[in-house]
Design a protein around this ligand. Structure first.
Ligand code: ADP
Ligand code: MG
Ligand code: MG
Length: 896
């Protein structure tokens, strides 16, 4: 295998092999942008290393060749005494993992070459500063020495010299610091800091490979569902220096604002600095406007490069750059992460700029982002105490108790408390706390700081750089002027405005929800500002486009007229699942008890007769609400004992009555009830007498429901309505079950049609939720006009997992150990459960070409699953009303 690619050999489509950073460095090189020469070691080399535990021998040779090419190109030698070539070693996986993997700068410096660097650059201070940075980064990332040892020594040096900024240390100070650092390396690792440049290089490459498997990296990947076996690439890049005095510097920028989407110039710049200084919040950064004044030529060149990149990628890009003595260098670019609102705005802005089509705009947003926009926001009319304002880094409205370290955040969150993690700045060690917190707040750093980037990626509310906050981690409090917020005090942070409030602030629904409920005009009228108006319009355009291109219809699961109404307003084209069990609760419970306890047909019939008008009224209302749209009514599904009192409670009650010698009608009834409950007790109720089995065993039960549906449809027809009722049979495993129900149903439908003098067409179909039903779909289709996949039960019965028990019991362990990457109850298991769905679709259609196929489990509203259902050719998905807009969007995305 070829393990090493020069930047001139790769391109942006090779992310699998070169990682995101390497592929984009190659792309920028191809575009002719000023990228320092270098090469990328492939992810394949990383996988080979992980498999063997050592660097592949071929790799060593290829690295030698690549280094020599680099030396020839630049006319300098790695670690030479005269004018040394230095390189950085940078990780870069396929998916960006902010702060996960480590970078080592200035490789090639040693006791000799530092002199050469000083002489060549004519800046002794710079040379020693670079050397101390190398030892510091190398010590921390490669030799695993606690970074505090080095930063502590640096602080101490500054104290001794009586200065506050790193930049105030002199060349002599830094030379002395290098001595300290080398001593720290020796004390902590038991070895000398390696002087040989090639040894430094090989150790750094190995360290990057190893960092793929750190706890932090694994945690991030689990959260983001990134597979553990991809591996990372390594980029070796010739160094350029932002720390060569005031005409040098380093910065990051975006081609558009990643939180609002507005185009303009967004970025942070730090003069006389190297590498991560700018994102670490060590010194306060300047803006790009400041750079324009400082160095107009480099600024103009940077603007040019930003435009080039945005045109080339046709998307928001983020960029890392360095200026070395007035010369601009591009060190990284990628299509930038953005907030959900920005994603919608940017997508439509790019359409208006004729850079992308509406189809592409649809691909640039996701259902997950849409669902984020449906979260409530702070009520601006409510009374609130503003503590301070920072920078809006990741939107949302978070209310929680202030905590000042990651461990406390995790511990309190585990107790079910909402916490806001407050730090001066975050670093990769805070990841656990950031995941646990409902919001993240920092007093330092900009929109590109670690906290901001990571929080945006996770969709966690975040405010950064609130400089008025004096965060005291040791005392576990923060001070704002005279006010003190202690650990446990409630604060509220607004990730869209950057505001920080003392105490809880009430929240109001989102403008997107208002748009969905009341339409575009009302939402625009009520929007708080132009940003909101732009967002609402963008959502409307994208969603409307999704509706025009999607093939899947979207139905909702709704059991009441109220739910049905909301579903329709939010765009549902029908009801895919109307459960009927709640219709037997409340006051009607008594009737069910009577039905179950009945000893004679007459008694049973009386109970059924009493239920009929009630059920008919339920269905009439829902059919009225859904007029003209398919409404799939599922016959009663759960085991009957769910409608009876609890076994233990009832036993106690009966025993007490007996002891006290009580008699009478109530006591007799309780005793009968207890007998019935005992009789119906099942060890595995979910696999027991429920669904169609119940309908077959309990006389009159299904007949009641079918008659109620038929009479409701007849009533609507007579009112001039257009009822589209459908009857769905739950939990059938055999076509014989369907035949029994269908025969009875057809008889009742005919009776009602004759009685009422109307023509009734009520399709009868099967819920496919048992493996056997899927595997015998050809036969099932003989007696079913439609199939609706009940993927919750189908997942339970295919895996043999009890949905109500597994999540807490062993799914965490299963996820950790890689047995599953995501709960199959959340996203459909394509290989197993999905296979059954495919079989049933194919065989069902073969038997009955006009069969209607849908899905009504939770998966109907899960973005990834929606794409699967599109692929297998279902006609519709049905999900909870709240997820209808998400399913519409994803069905559109699946179709383009
Ligand atoms: P991350 O993935 O955490 O952003 P990077 O590999 O991009 O890590 O490197 C961290 C920092 O070091 C960045 O600010 C980058 O600009 C800087 N850097 C990396 N390589 C070089 C180089 N060859 N010359 C100058 N600065 C570099
Ligand atoms: Mg980094
Ligand atoms: Mg970077």
């Amino acid at each position: 295998a070829k393990y090493v690619y020069d930047f001139s050999e790769g391109n942006k489509d090779l992310k699998d092999l070169l990682g995101g950073k390497g592929a984009n460095l190659a792309e920028m090189t191809r575009l002719g942008l000023p990228v320092p020469p270098g090469f990328t070691i492939t992810t394949e080399a990383c996988r080979a290393y992980m498999a063997d535990g050592q660097l592949p021998p071929d790799l060593r040779v290829e690295v030698t060749m690549a280094v020599r090419r680099l030396e020839d190109e630049l006319g300098r030698g790695l670690g030479d005494f005269h004018d040394p070539l230095l390189v950085s070693v940078r990780s870069g996986a396929k998916f960006s993992m902010p702060g996960m993997m480590e970078t080592v700068l200035n490789i090639g410096l040693n006791d000799a070459s530092v002199q050469g660097l000083a002489k060549f650059s004519d800046d002794e201070r710079f040379a020693w500063d670079s050397y101390r940075r190398l030892i510091q980064m190398f010590g921390k990332t490669v030799l695993d020495i606690d970074g505090e040892r080095f930063s502590g020594a640096l602080e101490q040096m500054k104290d001794v010299r009586g200065v506050t900024a790193d930049t105030d240390l002199t060349a002599d100070d830094l030379r002395e610091l290098v001595g300290w650092f080398k001593q720290i390396v020796h004390e902590e690792s038991g070895r000398e800091f390696p002087q040989h440049p090639r040894e430094q290089l090989d150790l750094a490459i190995t360290a990057v490979f190893n960092s793929w498997n750190t706890e932090r990296a694994r945690l991030y990947r689990r959260r983001e569902r990134i597979p553990h076996d991809l591996g990372t690439a390594v980029n070796v890049v010739s160094m350029v220096f932002g720390n060569l005095g005031p005409s040098s510097g380093t910065g990051v920028c975006f081609t558009r604002d990643p939180s609002t989407g507005h185009s303009g110039v967004y970025g942070d710049y730090l003069p006389n600095a190297q590498g991560e200084d700018v994102v670490a919040g060590i010194r306060n950064t300047l803006t790009l406007a400041d750079l324009e004044t400082l160095d107009p030529t480099s600024y103009a060149e940077l603007r040019q490069a930003m435009r080039r990149l945005e045109t080339h990628y046709r998307d928001l890009c983020d960029i890392e750059f360095t200026i070395e003595r007035g010369k601009l260098w591009m060190l990284q670019t990628r299509v930038g992460k953005r907030t959900a609102a920005a994603a919608f705005r940017i997508a439509t802005q790019l359409v208006d700029e004729h850079l992308i089509t509406m189809d592409e705009a649809l691909e640039r947003v996701s259902g997950q982002q849409l669902s984020k926009l449906m979260f409530p926001q702070f009520d601006s009319g409510a009374e609130r105490t503003l503590l301070a304002t920072g920078m809006a880094a990741s939107p949302g409205a978070a209310v929680g108790m202030a905590v000042f370290d990651s461990a406390t955040a995790q511990a309190w969150a585990a107790e079910g408390k909402d916490v806001v993690l407050v730090r001066r700045e975050t670093n990769p060690d805070d990841l656990g706390g950031m995941i646990a917190a409902v919001g993240v707040l920092t007093s330092r750093g900009g929109k590109t700081s670690h906290a901001a980037v990571v929080a945006r990626g996770m969709g966690t509310t975040c405010v950064v750089g609130a400089e008025k906050l004096d965060v005291d981690v040791v005392a576990r409090e923060m001070r704002v002027g005279k006010k003190v917020v202690r650990e446990g005090d409630v604060i509220a942070i607004d990730g869209s405005s950057g505001e920080i409030f003392l105490g809880a602030v009430p929240v109001v629904p989102s403008p997107v929800v208002q748009y969905l409920e009341d339409g575009l005009d009302v939402a625009l009228e009520h929007a708080a500002d132009d940003d909101t108006r732009e967002l609402v319009k963008a959502v409307d355009r994208v969603l409307t486009h999704a509706d025009t291109v999607r093939r899947l219809r979207v139905h909702a699961n709704a059991d009441t007229p109220g739910d049905a109404h909301r579903a329709r307003v939010w765009g549902a084209q029908g009801i895919g699942l109307c459960r009927t069990e709640h219709m037997f609760l409340g006051e009607r419970r008594v009737l069910i008890e009577r039905l179950i306890l009945a000893r004679e047909d007459a008694e049973r019939q009386a109970a059924l007769d009493a239920l009929l008008p009630l059920q008919r009224a339920d269905f009439t209302e829902i059919l009225r609400e859904m007029d003209g749209r398919p409404t799939t009514i599922r016959l009663i599904d759960p085991p009957l004992h769910e409608f009876l009192p609890d076994l233990t409670e009832l036993s106690v009650k009966v025993a007490l009555a007996a002891e006290r010698g009580e008699t009478g009608e109530v006591v007799d009834r309780d005793r009968d009830l207890l007998a019935a409950v005992q009789r119906m007790h099942e060890a595995n109720p979910m696999l027991g007498l429920r669904g169609v089995r119940l309908g077959i065993v309990v006389p009159g039960l299904f007949a009641l429901q079918i008659r109620a549906v038929a009479e409701a449809a007849a009533a609507r027809l007579k009112e001039g309505g257009r009822p589209h009722a459908e009857i769905m049979v739950p939990l059938a495993a055999s076509v014989m079950e369907l035949h029994l129900v269908r025969d009875e149903a057809e008889r009742i439908l005919a009776d009602v049609a004759a009685e009422q003098g109307v023509e009734l067409h009520v399709p009868i179909g099967a819920m496919i939720e048992l493996p056997r039903a899927a595997l015998t779909a050809d036969r099932m289709a003989q007696a079913a006009e439609f199939f609706s996949f009940g993927t919750n039960d189908l997942t339970q019965t295919t895996w043999g997992f009890s949905r109500d028990d597994v999540e807490g019991a062993f799914f965490t362990e299963y996820t950790e150990r890689g047995v599953i990457s995501v709960s199959p109850f959340e996203t459909i298991d394509r290989r197993g459960v999905g296979r059954l769905v495919r079989i049933a679709v194919e065989e069902g259609r073969r038997e009955r070409p006009d069969i209607v196929l849908g899905v009504c489990g939770e998966h109907g509203g899960d973005p990834e699953s929606v794409h699967f259902f599109h692929e297998v050719g279902l006609d519709y998905v049905s999900c909870s009303p709240f997820r209808v807009p998400i399913a519409r969007l994803e069905a559109g995305r699946a179709a383009v």
